[in-house]
Structures are given as structure tokens and as C-alpha cells.
Design a protein around this ligand. Structure first.
Ligand code: UDP
Ligand code: MG
Length: 324
């Protein structure tokens, strides 16, 4: 047991993005605080109000007056879920930070298991959703997305693990320090490394059946995930270019055979076939080379550190974490 991670020594932050979740807020505060009180934890609940227009703003103010552990970060307008998560991670002061949605889909009872795993020295504990309660079409899309992402991603990103997770302070510092703008949080969390574990948590149904993130929003996030954690869409053009060259060679041989050996080629057909297939192949390879440069520039602009040091051990002394 890590002594810095006990209820007497540690402070916990629970971060929740809020966009028009008026009905859920009192229940959320009640359920989170009773779970953490039962474990005798000291804690804050940080709500990031992402431009709500349904009275959530007033309800959050009321809750912060009633409970001194409630803090609010309010956006000037709606900036989106990932931006709210980022702001919450910046504002949270805890030694461990728990991220969850405020639509009651993430079960507050799981916080007890998260904290127990953190005490067992895991730095990242994420929820693996067992039963999803979305309708079949959305579930199919989620399943396909997670599997494709996992297959092409440059770091293994666990399947069925969303934002619901606990992060140790040093993980939060590492992710907060990234200048990256287009953020896919579960990917950054995997990329950060450290000791990670997944805990199976049943995904509850949304309390009001009206998702605040639209299908278009989810599609954009899926795109961010794929492009931020994989170069496969670009490197695909090497394969396409190579394949086009093979096709070009076969076609050219075939066309020349008819032109020079059998002599039954239609006038103009041989040169057209060779030129079209050759330029197709050259185009694809050109795109692949441009893509290679673009990928390198993107990598440089994102400026993720080349490595993150967990600890440096020297003659039985352990120095603190450092980021390259
Ligand atoms: N949310 C947000 N800004 C938005 C949309 C959603 O802060 O523009 C919050 C929302 O209040 C909820 C969380 O993000 O706490 C997840 O939203 P939702 O339940 O719609 O996403 P889903 O569970 O369908 O992925
Ligand atoms: Mg939800």
C-alpha cells in the first residue's frame, strides 16, 4: 500500500463536464459524495459548465453554496466535451483525478474500486464498459470504432474504455503539459504509459435518453482519434502506389505484347494504357511521399515528448518523475 494514497494523506478531485444536465446534478453530487464519504476521502467535485442553457448554471451555483467541495469552471459558450475534460484536468487540484460524465451513465459506485486500485499503486485506472445500454446501431458503430482504432493505433488503446477513469497527479501533469489541440483523451491516457489497469464497469443508461454529443460530434472525435494516433491512413498510399506499379507493369507487358507480337492492338490503345497506369502509380507514390512529410510535420507540431520517465533509481534512492 502506497502511504501517500490513503484517505488521510490524499485529496481526490472528481471532474465532470456538464452540458445541459440540470436534472442529473443533485443526484450526481449526492451519489459521488456519499461514495467518497464512505471511504473517508477528502475531495472536491469540479464541474466544468460547457455553456449550459437549461438552468444547469444556476443549479451548479446553488450546489456550490450548499457544499464547499463543489467547484465550478464555466465556459463562455459551448466548446465541446473534450475541451471541458481538458479544462477540468487543468483546474483539478487532487492527488488523484477521476473523470466521469454527468449523465449518470458512469456509476459513482465504481469510484471505490478505482481508488482501491490506485492504492495498489496503479497510476491509471480506467473503466472497461461491460454492458452498453445504447441502441444496437450506436453500439455497432462504437464496437467497430474501438476495434479499428486498436488495430491501426501506434499505441495500444484499450477497447471499450472511454473517459471514465482515475489518473494519478503525475499522469495529469504529463497530459496537461501537452500542447496538442485536437485531443482524444482515451488515446492520450494510453500514450502516457505508467501503470495502467482496466476495471469492468457496467455502463448505465443515460437518465434522459437525449445524448448531448451528437452523432456528428462522435464522428469528429473518431476522426481525431484515428488521425492523432495512427499514420496508417497516410502510409496506405505506399501500398496503393506499390500495387499500382505492379498493375502498371502487368498492363504494359500485356499492351506491348499485343502491339509488338500479335500486332492486333487498336491504334493508340498501347500508349494510353501505359501512360494512364504509370501516372496513376506515380501519383499514389507522390501522395505517399508528401504524406510522409506531412506526418513528420504533424508529429513535430504536436510536440509529444519522445519519452516519459517514471522514476530514476540510483543507489536505493528514488528521484521524482520527469518529463522529457
Ligand atoms: N458534454 C459537454 N459538452 C458538450 C456535449 C456533452 O460537456 O458539448 C458533456 C455531457 O454533459 C456529459 C458528457 O459530456 O456529461 C458526455 O456527453 P454524452 O452523454 O452526450 O456523450 P455519450 O455518453 O453519448 O458519449
Ligand atoms: Mg453519455
Amino acid at each position: 500500500m502506497n502511504l501517500n494514497r490513503t484517505p488521510s494523506a490524499a485529496f481526490i478531485s472528481v471532474v465532470l463536464p456538464v452540458y445541459n444536465e440540470l436534472q442529473a446534478l443533485p443526484t450526481l453530487v449526492e451519489r459521488i459524495s456519499s461514495t467518497l464519504d464512505a471511504g473517508h476521502w477528502r475531495y472536491e467535485i469540479v464541474f466544468v459548465n460547457d455553456g449550459s442553457t437549461d438552468g444547469s448554471t444556476q443549479e451548479l451555483s446553488r450546489l456550490s453554496l450548499v457544499h464547499d467541495f463543489v467547484r465550478i469552471v464555466s465556459f463562455s459558450r459551448n466548446f465541446g466535451h473534450q475541451a471541458a475534460v481538458q479544462a477540468g484536468m487543468m483546474a483539478a487540484q487532487g492527488d488523484a483525478i477521476i473523470l466521469m460524465d454527468s449523465d449518470l451513465q458512469d456509476d459513482p459506485n465504481a469510484l471505490t474500486d478505482f481508488l482501491a486500485a490506485w492504492q495498489q499503486d496503479f497510476d491509471i485506472v480506467y473503466a472497461v464498459r461491460t454492458k452498453r445500454k445504447e441502441h444496437a446501431c450506436k453500439r455497432f458503430l462504437f464496437d467497430s470504432f474501438y476495434r479499428i482504432l486498436n488495430a491501426i493505433s501506434s499505441v495500444p488503446i484499450p477497447v471499450d474504455a472511454g473517459n471514465f477513469s482515475l489518473l494519478d497527479r503525475r499522469v495529469v501533469e504529463t497530459i496537461n503539459a501537452l500542447p496538442e489541440r485536437d485531443r482524444y483523451f482515451p488515446g492520450l491516457r494510453s500514450w502516457a504509459g505508467f501503470r495502467q489497469t482496466g476495471i469492468e464497469v457496467e455502463r448505465c443508461a443515460r437518465y434522459d435518453d437525449v445524448p448531448r454529443v451528437s452523432m456528428l460530434g462522435l464522428f469528429r472525435l473518431a476522426k481525431t482519434a484515428m488521425f492523432s494516433f495512427s499514420n496508417v491512413p497516410l502510409t496506405m498510399f505506399y501500398a496503393i502506389g506499390g500495387l499500382s506499379f505492379c498493375v502498371c507493369l502487368i498492363l504494359a507487358t500485356y499492351a506491348l505484347y499485343h502491339k509488338l507480337v500479335t500486332g492486333d492492338a487498336i491504334p493508340g490503345w498501347t500508349s494510353t494504357t501505359i501512360v494512364v497506369s504509370l501516372f496513376g502509380a506515380i501519383n499514389s507514390l507522390g501522395i505517399a511521399i508528401l504524406g510522409e512529410y506531412a506526418a513528420r510535420i504533424y508529429d513535430q507540431v504536436r510536440a509529444r515528448p519522445n519519452y516519459i520517465v517514471d522514476e530514476i533509481a540510483q543507489q536505493n534512492r528514488i528521484a521524482s518523475t520527469a518529463v522529457a
